[in-house]
Design a protein around this ligand. Structure first.
Ligand SMILES: [Zn+2]
Length: 279
């Protein structure tokens, strides 16, 4: 008995280091309550790509059914983790969720991001993936991340807004800004990002169209204009060129857990030459 016991103990000690028995994932990983806001906490592949779940999105005639790996959709989303792993999760196989109010086209972008970390296949050339999505789609994806508790999605959407402005040198446009203000709270990181970009690049990126300037159009609600003045008149007022936009501190617009920062910023000292102070 003593010998058997020793062999068993030896196997237990060796197992985590054997090729056939790789180290087990941290016990808290599959049941994490707070979804990650950075990619440094990767889940094991066998957990991410385990069972399939169905998500029925929209209503007829545009209703679509998506099949997604459960580990993938639950890892990054507090909502989907609770819905599919929580105490009230259905026992059906496959598990099925219905999201009637969502747009299947937007959900398709979300599904694409889950598998590829992009919203659409990257375009060839120096402009990269950001040109494949519109400002309004990015705002809607950020809002989706807000409602389904997917900080990784929100952070990528913010990053691509910055890239689009910096690379394409175009403003977000009044419709995207109006949408953002309609669906976000006052202290939203998305509002801050859009207002900072408008205030710091302003006329350089053609923010105001002819229609925006007419009295008949209220392209920007009063709330937007007041926030814009706080940027233009504030102590941090400055003018950014394209390089300055790309080299901004991206992380200040991210949604992170308290005390967490990612490696997107802050701005390097060598880039300060591209930023001119107002006045
Ligand atoms: Zn960050």
């Amino acid at each position: 008995m003593a010998e058997e016991s020793n062999e068993s103990n030896e196997n237990q000690l060796k197992r985590p280091y054997d090729d056939d028995h790789p180290p087990a994932p941290p016990p808290t990983a599959p049941t994490r309550q707070t979804p990650p806001s950075t990619f440094d906490k990767a889940m094991p592949v066998d957990v991410l790509f385990d069972k399939m779940v169905r998500v029925v999105v929209g209503v007829e005639p545009n209703k679509r059914t998506f099949e997604i790996h459960k580990g993938l959709i639950t890892f990054s989303s507090g909502y989907f983790n609770t819905a599919l792993n929580g105490r009230y999760a259905t026992e059906a196989s496959p598990q099925t969720l219905t999201l009637k109010i969502e747009d299947p086209k937007l959900f398709e972008l979300y599904q694409s991001w889950l598998y590829t970390r992009y919203f659409r296949a990257p375009a060839p050339g120096p402009k990269g993936p950001c040109v494949q999505v519109t400002f309004e789609e990015l705002v809607r994806l950020w809002d989706f991340g807000q409602r389904y508790h997917v900080p990784l999605l929100q952070n990528l959407a913010s990053d691509l807004v910055i890239q689009k402005v910096g690379i394409e040198w175009m403003g977000p446009g009044s419709s995207a800004v109006r949408y953002a203000y309609a669906v976000t709270p006052v202290d939203s990181k998305l509002r801050k990002l859009l207002i900072d970009l408008l205030g710091m690049t302003g006329g350089a990126v053609g923010t105001l169209t002819a229609a925006d300037k007419t009295e008949q159009t209220s392209a920007y609600p009063r709330e937007v204009l007041v926030d814009l003045l706080s940027v233009v008149w504030g102590p941090q007022a400055r003018r950014l060129d394209q390089n300055g936009v790309i080299l901004m501190d991206w992380c200040q617009y991210h949604v992170h857990e308290a005390g967490v920062r990612c490696n997107k910023g802050p701005m390097k000292a060598s880039t300060k030459a591209s930023v001119k102070k107002e006045g």
